[in-house]
Design a protein around this ligand. Structure first.
Ligand code: URP
Ligand code: ZN
Ligand code: ZN
Ligand code: ZN
Length: 467
């Protein structure tokens, strides 16, 4: 039996168009769009009608960077796939790409299997995986080919965290050469971790133990240096490169230079770098620990470079790097030693709203909002046009967004499994009203109507942003 929904009277916003249109959904996919009020639109009939007049009708968000249940610093990120994907849906995100982890001495396969086991049957929205490569060897390189074939088409490497996820330049070059052959996309955590560890040791020896020193030792210059090195290694390998969580003006400059040379180099930033700063890291009474993540928050001046990069397309994507640790019991592991604070911040629920606020504030256009948060991440990670747009044949992952509603972000009202909000008290104009995942209502007029296990694993094509 076919099931049909029509969303009537809203302003449909995609990365390329804005159109007052009715959207017909049939069997979980977009069947047709027609301009509101025309005979074609009036001919749409359905069992369920959603009135979107005065609202935006936008593609569900695609968050290309999350860490549900990630082991880090002797503890685990506090959101499970169940709680984290539910919170994502509340915030208008309908697809996440999470990072499966290869541990040193183990295969990519065993890491990927472990992530499938965590996610399967537990997600409220659709999900896919990148693979963190921590141990580059002959076997790993062969496994990369197999993973690309089965839909895990991107691989994260770390120039930071020696002894944990770190790869040296030779290992990075080998993985990039492999990716150049098999079509995979290398994602880089670009910070010079060897140098940073020296600065950490020296800071602690001077008695500099507060969270704010996390920001001081992880220098912008060491992000820029690693970004430059990653770009040139990728150029030598003939591979495209995607730099994750770009935070510093100097790192954006490296990306801009490479792109002006015509290299296939891409950059992602995250809401925390656009909206927060070292002022937060310096909050007294160990509160700064809430904002410890890597790359670190930067002085406020860096924000302008990130906004400019998003406007000039030297940065293409905003993901969250959602990796929540509770203040109580988890962030507290680093009292008296900032290097023991688990790295990561919550945000999967807040991204679409914060970026809508950026539209209201004039940083980006409405269509650019959808491009950086939905369409480009879908294309970058091989999910387009199934995800990231509203067009005939696409999955009906759709958000009805009220651009006039006012809300205040708070841990009291959010749905992430973490005891604080990084954006506590922040006023946002705009709010998610209704969310469909493959046509099923996950949020209905601010009520949760989703189901654990509705979300399915979604294998990916190779990067579509290169074509
Ligand atoms: O601090 C962060 N970003 N934690 C998550 C792991 C990573 O490096 O992305
Ligand atoms: Zn990282
Ligand atoms: Zn440029
Ligand atoms: Zn991350």
């Amino acid at each position: 039996m076919s099931s049909r929904t029509v969303i009537r009277g809203g302003l449909v916003v995609t990365a390329s168009d804005e159109l007052h249109a009715d959207v017909l959904i049939e069997d979980g996919r977009v069947a047709a769009l027609a301009a509101t009020g025309t005979p074609a639109a009036e001919a749409f009939t359905a069992e369920r009608v959603i009135d979107a007049s005065g609202k935006y009708v936008i593609p569900g968000g695609v968050d290309g960077h999350t860490h549900m249940e990630m082991p880090f610093g002797g503890t685990y990120a506090a959101d499970t796939f169940e709680t984290g994907t539910r919170a994502a849906a509340w915030g208008g995100t309908t697809t996440i790409v999470d990072f499966a982890i290869q541990s040193v001495g183990h295969s990519l396969r065993s890491g990927l299997d472990a992530w499938h086991a965590k996610a399967e049957g537990n997600c409220a929205i659709d999900y896919a995986f990148h693979m963190i490569v921590s141990d580059v060897n002959e076997k790993t390189l062969k496994e990369m080919d197999l993973l690309v074939e089965e839909g895990v088409t991107s691989f994260k490497q770390f120039m930071a965290y020696p002894g944990v996820f770190y790869s040296d330049d030779g290992q990075i070059l080998r993985a990039m050469q492999r990716a150049a052959e098999n079509g995979g996309l290398i994602m880089m955590h670009a910070e010079n971790g060897i140098a940073i560890d020296v600065l950490v040791e020296q800071a602690l020896a001077r008695g500099e133990t507060d969270p704010r020193f996390h920001g001081e030792v992880r220098k912008a210059l060491l992000e820029a240096e690693a970004t430059h090195r990653a770009i040139r290694l990728a150029q030598v390998a003939g591979a495209p490169l995607y730099v994750v969580h770009v935070s510093a003006t100097e790192a954006v400059a490296e990306l801009t230079r490479a792109r002006d040379e015509g290299l296939p180099v891409f950059g992602e930033t995250c809401p925390q770098y656009l909206f927060l700063s070292t002022d937060n890291l310096a909050e007294p009474g160990f509160e700064g620990a809430k904002y410890v993540c890597s790359t670190p928050l930067r002085p406020r001046e860096h924000q302008a470079s990130l906004w400019r990069g998003l406007r000039t397309n030297d940065l293409q994507v905003v993901s969250t790097d959602h990796c929540p640790f509770c203040f109580s019991g988890q962030k507290e592991l680093g009292r008296g030693d900032f290097s023991k604070i688990p790295n990561g911040m919550p945000g999967v629920e807040n991204r679409m709203d914060l970026l809508h606020q950026a539209v209201v504030d004039g940083h980006i256009s409405r269509r650019r909002w959808i491009e950086i948060a939905c369409a480009t991440p879908a294309r970058m990670f091989g999910l387009y046009p199934k995800k990231g747009t509203i067009a005939p044949g696409a999955d009906a992952d759709i958000v009805v967004y009220d651009p006039h509603a006012e809300q205040v972000i708070s841990a009291e009202t959010h749905h992430m499994n973490v005891d604080y909000s990084a954006y506590e008290g922040r006023r946002i104009t705009g709010r998610v009203e209704t969310v469909l995942s493959r046509g099923e209502p996950v949020v209905t007029e601010r009520e949760y109507t989703g189901r654990t296990g509705h979300g399915v694993y979604t294998p990916r094509a190779t990067c579509q942003y290169l074509n």
